[in-house]
Write a protein that binds this ligand. Structure first.
Ligand code: C2E
Ligand code: CA
Ligand code: CA
Ligand code: CA
Length: 277
């Protein structure tokens, strides 16, 4: 009885209860949001040599009727733990593919790759591959212009299954990036086996690139790794011209960040910084 009493005291810790009810509220409201499609995708440019547009990353926002635009940092983790990410992820992929089709016909977007973030829970769903293929077929999106961004958390699970799924999508031309690279636990032996196309250097290494020599060393190492494994390397979180130049000097030409453009509506993608956000 004492023990359960203690547990109760623990459970009713006001801080914890506040966060629990906030989470429950997010879950309930997400349910409504999914029903009424209160989401939008914003697109952030990814550039290569001399600022040439290589593609865009799709980033989801929740247009909350009361709170306005809600950051994915607030609702993606909740959606992941409740499983709502499955429905949301389907909407995201479908919407991204429709955007890809809208771009496909226009010469100024030729060759552009649209990258979509995929949560581990989504990727692990047994129907993930067939759903992606069906979405590509239904929308008419060119699979070779679709990129999927995965994170290292995926590597915690059955690696052979992961590789088989990636290969099934790669067979159709879908590209794969490993997001937030350097922050997780990917073992180098896994990295070699994954049919990846790109590593994305996490923005935490770009942030202090000019002041922290360790970050320069890390970026150098990731670039060398990319070179030897024959993977593209993209830096994210590039906010200043100094960061851009430091990365260029290290040999990293693929870059993404506020310096080149904020996530914005699809029409703004070609406008660069002028129409930021
Ligand atoms: P992420 O995939 O690492 O996305 C990059 C985040 O950095 C985005 O935040 C982007 O807006 C932000 N960012 C871009 N350039 C800069 C910069 O120069 N400086 C700084 N400080 N930040 C920059 P956002 O849009 O708030 O997304 C946060 C995270 O939420 C994403 O991190 C991703 O993990 C998740 N997320 C966003 N959209 C989706 C989605 O459609 N599906 C899933 N599963 N997750 C998503
Ligand atoms: Ca990403
Ligand atoms: Ca990232
Ligand atoms: Ca991140």
């Amino acid at each position: 009885a004492k023990a359960s009493g203690r547990d109760q005291v623990k459970f009713f810790n006001p801080m914890m209860q506040a966060s629990l009810s906030a989470r429950a509220a997010v879950e309930t409201e997400l349910h409504e949001a999914l029903k009424h499609e209160q989401f939008i995708l914003l697109y952030q440019p990814q550039v290569g040599c001399e600022g040439r547009l290589l593609g865009a990353e799709a980033l989801v926002r929740w247009q909350h009727p009361r709170d306005g635009l809600v950051s994915p940092a607030v609702f993606i983790p909740v959606a992941e733990s409740t499983g709502q990410i499955l429905m949301l992820g389907r909407w995201i992929l479908h919407t991204a593919c429709l955007q890809l089709v809208a771009w496909q016909g226009k010469p100024e977007y030729a060759g552009l790759v649209l990258s979509v973030n995929v949560s581990a829970r989504q990727f692990h769903h047994p129907d993930f591959v067939s759903e992606v293929l069906r979405t590509l077929d239904e929308t008419g999106a060119d699979p070779t212009h679709l990129g999927l961004e995965l994170t290292e958390t995926l590597l915690a699970d059955d690696i052979d299954n992961l590789i088989a799924k990636m290969k099934a999508l790669k067979a159709r031309g879908v590209r794969f990036s490993l997001d937030d690279f350097g922050t997780g636990y990917s073992s180098l032996s896994y990295l070699k086996r994954l049919p990846l196309d790109q590593l994305k250097i996490d923005q935490s290494f770009v942030r202090d690139l000019l002041v922290d020599p360790n970050d320069t060393a890390i970026v150098r190492t990731i670039l060398a790794l990319g070179e030897s494994l024959d993977l593209e390397v993209m830096a994210e979180g590039v906010e200043t011209i100094e960061q851009r130049d430091a990365l260029l000097n290290l040999g990293c030409r693929r870059q993404q960040g506020y310096f080149f453009g904020y996530p914005g509506p699809p029409e703004a993608l070609l406008d660069g910084r002028a129409n930021a956000r």
